[in-house]
Design a protein around this ligand. Structure first.
Ligand code: FAD
Length: 459
């Protein structure tokens, strides 16, 4: 049967020239009519390939069917069976590489905008959905280290089964990368707080400003609780170790984004200001690099360059983020690698780069870049943001030697149960996988909660 063509509903957005100078959300969200219309584009394919593309197997056809009739509450309930943070995942999941990539409608007139509809339903549930009922308490106690998507999901699932959960968070605000990393213009912080309040309503106590392994020994936590879940993320930035990297004005993307997002360095008289660079160079081309570049622009930079040693095809950031960055005027210097920084009076002033050419594919399958002899040139810059990826902070491992970790510092777990080599201690999210995605961290927290409930005899 021929399918009537109905093009995908575009997400309304702030105009690039306006949004490049404000921190308000770029995407404006669907109206209820747009959400219904987009959901009705689902073809309800026999084997639901979209679900195979979703790391937590959300029942996409069912939630779209409910949304298509305008029953957003039912759509929210369907998503809620497998995903705890729909308003967040609808905004930040790389759908184009997951559910939407598998959508068969793509061959007709464009994949169903599953993420955009999920975002609408998530927002609807925050506004209209009630809080989860507080379950009868079981007398069991679990400690969660870290309040990112992995820790929060694990905490909420346990609490919903009557377990009293204490979350220990190093920062003064809960949410992990959702609050300190991903900028306001992609993920409003009021929304993250609303999701946290809803998720943790009743039965979860969050203790902020508590660094497990430093202000509170892990052994002490393990002795006091029936089980422990470690969701401490991967917040340790990597650097290039090239001359001049210690000059003032050279930041890691983590530090820069944390100061701006969490410490509100964009406000005048902030206690932890950042430099207001005019000619900013961001090194790397992942999502974090795009976030840092677009943040620098909003902080008043006149020119922001992305410096990347590979080509366009190899850039790891989401296509949407690259497109948005380009629209806002970020310049891309591809096949370019910094070799040193030079400064004056301790502050960075320029960066020496070398041109690169792509050779054979490396272990990751990407073509490996090689320097082109004699191609050095200088780029003037007064601020550099290094965004080359992160690893788990070694603090937990160093303070708790019994815990088995990999060469890369990630915590080793049994993939079925997420239990570490230490009985009763579980882990998940970026601390186990290395830097990954919100949905994978959330899925790991959920999986660990199931195993913990079984261990405690509650399931
Ligand atoms: C700038 C940026 C942009 C991103 N964009 C996207 C995106 O668009 N889409 C996407 O899917 N993913 C994105 N990611 C990745 C995603 O945010 C992470 O994969 C996800 O947040 C990992 O969740 P987590 O719970 O494992 O760790 P985190 O979110 O890192 O949370 C860990 C928490 O543990 C706390 N902690 C650490 N050590 C201790 C300790 N010793 N004691 C107490 N607390 C501790 C930390 O302070 C933190 O709050 C992005 C990441 C960054 C940095």
């Amino acid at each position: 049967m021929a399918i009537e063509k109905k093009p995908r509903n575009k997400m309304p957005e702030q105009q690039p020239e306006i949004r490049a100078r404000n921190f308000k959300e770029v995407a404006l969200g669907y109206t209820p009519e747009m959400a219904k219309e987009e959901a009705s584009r689902c073809m309800h394919c026999k084997n639901a390939p979209c679900m195979q593309g979703c790391p937590v197997s959300v029942n996409i056809p069912d939630f779209l069917a409910a949304a298509a009739t305008g029953d957003f509450e039912k759509a929210g309930a369907v998503i809620g069976r497998t995903s705890s943070l729909p308003a967040i995942c609808g905004r930040v999941c790389p759908q184009e590489n997951q559910c939407e990539k598998m959508c068969l409608r793509a061959r007709v007139d464009g994949a169903v905008a599953i993420g955009n509809v999920e975002r609408f339903v998530g927002d609807y549930m925050l506004e209209h959905g009630g809080k989860p009922q507080k379950a009868t308490r079981t007398g069991k106690k679990v400690a969660v280290i870290g309040s990112g998507p992995a820790g929060l999901t694990c905490a909420a699932e346990l609490s919903n089964h009557g377990v009293d959960v204490t979350v220990f968070e190093a920062f003064h605000k809960a949410g992990g990368v959702l609050v300190y990393g991903i900028p306001e213009f992609r993920l409003p912080k009021s929304l993250v707080q609303a999701e946290i309040d809803k998720l943790c309503g009743g039965g979860v106590e969050i203790k902020l400003n508590t660094v497990a392994g430093k202000t509170l020994p892990i052994e002490e936590i393990a002795a006091e609780y029936d089980a422990v879940f470690i969701g401490s993320g991967a917040g340790l930035p990597m650097f290039m170790n090239i001359p001049g990297e210690n000059l003032n004005g050279v930041y890691s993307a983590n530090e820069y984004l944390t100061r701006v997002n969490l410490m509100k360095a964009y406000l005048p008289n902030s206690a932890t200001p950042v430099q207001l660079g005019k000619k900013v160079a961001v090194i790397g081309a992942g999502n974090v690099a795009m976030d840092a570049a677009r943040t620098a622009l909003r902080m008043g930079a006149e020119n922001v360059k992305i410096i990347y040693r590979r080509g366009r095809e190899e850039m790891p950031a989401r296509a949407e983020e690259i497109h948005h960055a380009e629209q806002e005027g970020i310049e891309f210097c591809l096949l370019t690698n910094p070799v040193s920084f030079a400064g004056e009076k301790g502050w960075v002033k320029s960066m020496r780069c070398v041109k690169m050419a792509l050779g054979e594919p490396d272990k990751s399958g990407r073509r490996s870049p090689k320097p082109v002899e004699g191609s050095e040139f200088d780029i003037e810059t007064d601020m550099v943001i290094v965004s080359l990826g992160t690893r788990p902070n070694p603090l937990i491992k160093n303070s708790f030697a019994a815990l088995q970790t990999s060469e890369k510092g990630t915590i080793v777990v049994d993939e079925e149960t997420m239990q570490t080599n230490v009985d009763g201690i579980y882990a998940g999210g970026d601390a186990v996988t290395g830097a990954a995605t919100v949905i994978l961290a959330m899925g790991a927290g959920r999986k660990a909660s199931k195993a913990i409930l079984e261990k405690l005899g509650l399931q």
